[in-house]
Write a protein that binds this ligand. Structure first.
Ligand SMILES: [Zn+2]
Length: 280
């Protein structure tokens, strides 16, 4: 058995080609290094730790990142263990057409959005028009609805609560919020608990154990732990580090007595059949 049944959150993208300034420079300022620089071979090696991995394109020109849909489609072709997701900035004049092409011609099976990086408000009509395409094609949507280090992102578009209207507008659309919506995990959980097709992923919080412990405790208290999906956010973390971080955070919950998040709870997150839940 691998450490994770489905890793719902992995990236491709190489520094200088797909990941450029200002984001690449802001990575150095914030972290002291560029982490988002991974070859397809490195990604393939890391992906061996999960049975299936979702690989995300990212159309975020306003912050200097474009991992094209065609590139992701090429890399996942003939690799049944990898599922490619498109990314289209709803502000592009031909956004609807680009998403239709990504689904119908490139065979991509989901949509990645990050309003804070793509400079749009989730309630913008252009966004809702794009989501209608996802809804019609029954493809799931992952949202980066949380904070980020780069000042080129627009923080006002990053709050999880903004997705409640989206979920009410598209009640059948499968969606999830990445990184527990950090640092607004409670806000993100308050949204997903209201909508049965809304999920959340636990990625990229292994370096913030206290935040992760609080998020797990809240998910348990709100009774939505069964909608927490496993994601690594590779190359920012790995399946191994994410699984270890979840166990450590659950242990912290029990040790300080904030919630009885058990080892079995964590095992269920790691072995969750996220593909079925997302309709993939
Ligand atoms: Zn990510």
């Amino acid at each position: 058995m691998t450490l994770a049944r489905v890793d719902v959150h992995t990236h491709l993208g190489q520094h200088g080609t797909h990941v450029c300034a200002p984001l690449a420079e802001d990575e150095i300022r914030a972290w002291g290094k560029v982490s988002w620089d991974v070859t397809p071979d490195q990604h393939a090696e890391a992906a061996r730790s999960a049975d299936t991995s979702i690989v995300l394109a990212f159309d975020a020109e306003p912050v200097g990142v474009v991992v094209p849909n065609s590139y992701v489609a090429e890399q996942v072709a003939g690799r049944p263990e990898l599922i490619g997701f498109a990314s289209v900035n709803p502000m592009r004049p031909n956004a609807v057409q680009l998403l239709e092409e990504a689904i119908e011609q490139l065979g991509l099976r989901g949509l990645k959005l990050g309003p804070t990086y793509q400079h749009f408000h989730p309630h913008d009509k252009k966004c809702l028009d794009l989501l209608a395409v996802a809804d019609e094609h029954r493809i799931p949507v992952i949202w980066h609805q949380g904070t980020t280090f780069t000042p080129s992102a627009i923080a006002e578009y990053a709050r999880p609560l903004q997705l409640d209207l989206v979920a009410r507008t598209f009640p059948q659309l499968r969606m999830w919020i990445a990184h527990f919506g950090h640092p607004w995990a409670d806000e993100a959980l308050s949204v997903i608990r209201r909508h049965e097709h809304f999920f959340i992923d636990a990625s990229a919080l292994d370096t913030r154990p206290w935040q992760l412990a609080q998020a797990l405790a809240s998910a348990k208290e709100y009774r939505v732990l069964d909608r927490v999906l496993f994601g690594s956010d590779y190359p920012f973390s790995t399946v191994e580090r994410t699984a270890a971080g979840l166990h450590e955070a659950a242990g912290m919950c029990r040790k300080i007595g904030i919630a009885d998040v058990t080892e079995a709870d964590v095992d269920q997150i790691c072995q969750r059949d996220s593909l079925s839940l997302l309709g993939l």
